[in-house]
Design a protein around this ligand. Structure first.
Ligand code: PBG
Length: 324
């Protein structure tokens, strides 16, 4: 049947018809809220390039997480900014490291929410790279040991899930065996499997003070031109034990999200990264875009592409909008 018999507009004519045929629904259940934790007390430091995002000290973070949970958001992901950085990123795996302290404080506060911890070295190393630097390059295999220590110490502090974002080869298997050996067989791994070397991380690196001091991340993060390689990366991470696989960033990689969803039998996460957030904020501050509608359109598109869950700085705004 075709026009004039078939008229698609019939089912778009009013909100109730549109509700009936809507295929994708973004809900608060889909959301993971990223948070930045810094040393000190009483700190709520705005991130200039990310309006509405703050770097919080542990006490403020505990309050914030309570609010996030009360909005019905099921999970947060924590990023730490340590007191001091060194060559070997020791703040990442210190028993009293910033993330470890934050996790314990949230758990002590009794808030019912999943705490995910980002496992990476770049916020903790003086050079800003995601691993140990040897001869001017990030050394894969020695970095794995530090990542495993980091993940274990986060889980010992009470993290419910770990999320390696470093893009070293073999890190999922190394972390899995470290956790299992210490009795944490029940703790899942959400792997940043297809993580691209993206300019959209710019504002995050301001927030986390993690820009590389020399060179860039092209020797470990993926080339945005590649799709087949993303499929290989996801396959490897699943073989190594990833429970959830992530595509990051989201907006410029909807095709990758779609393929990963179709080709693999694992929940798919997508990271709506800092630059994707900031560009909407900036354009709507100028009055060039409608912030809320743009936010919902993009996040719905990420879900439509195949994401089962979305890490997004918009999580609270979405929860408020949907709950209203
Ligand atoms: C750490 C990490 C980064 C992000 C998440 N984990 C930065 C990077 O790889 O440089 C980016 C998140 C965002 O931009 O919102 N490696």
């Amino acid at each position: 049947m075709e026009y004039p018999e078939y008229r698609p507009r019939r089912l778009r004519q009013n909100p109730n018809f549109r509700r009936l045929i809507r295929e994708t629904r973004l809900t608060v259940d889909d959301l993971i809220y990223p948070l930045f934790v810094v040393p000190g007390t009483g700190v709520k430091d705005p991130v200039p390039s990310m309006p509405g995002v703050y770097r919080l000290s542990v006490d403020k973070l505990v309050e914030e997480v309570r609010e996030v949970a009360s909005l019905g958001i099921p999970a947060i992901i924590l990023f730490g900014i340590p007191e001091s950085k060194d060559e070997v990123g020791s703040g990442a795996y210190a028993e009293d490291g910033i993330v470890q302290r934050a996790v314990r404080a949230i758990k002590d506060g009794g808030t019912d929410i999943i705490i995910i911890t980002d496992v990476c070295m770049c916020e903790y190393t003086s050079h800003g790279h995601c691993g140990l630097v040897k001869n001017g390059d990030v050394d894969n295999d020695s970095t794995l040991e530090l990542l495993a220590r980091t993940a274990l110490s986060q889980v010992q502090a009470g993290a419910d899930m770990v999320a390696p974002s470093d893009m070293m080869d073999g890190r999922v298997a190394r972390i899995r065996s470290e956790l299992d050996e210490h009795g944490y067989t029940h703790v899942p791994i959400m792997a940043y499997s297809a993580k691209y070397c993206s300019s959209f991380y710019g504002p995050f690196r301001d927030a986390a003070d993690s820009a590389p001091q020399f060179g860039d991340r092209q020797a470990y993060q993926m080339d945005p031109a590649n799709a087949e390689e993303a499929i290989r990366e996801v396959a490897l991470d699943i073989m190594e034990g990833a429970d959830i696989v992530m595509v990051k960033p989201a907006l410029a990689f909807l095709d990758i999200i779609h393929r990963v969803k179709l080709e693999f039998d694992r929940p798919v996460a997508a990271y709506n990264v800092s630059g994707e957030y900031s560009m909407i904020k900036a354009a709507s501050e100028k009055g060039w875009l409608d912030e809320k509608r743009t936010m919902m359109e993009i996040l719905t598109a990420i879900k439509r592409a195949g994401a089962d869950m979305i890490l997004t700085y918009f999580a609270k705004d979405v929860a408020k909008l949907l709950g209203a």
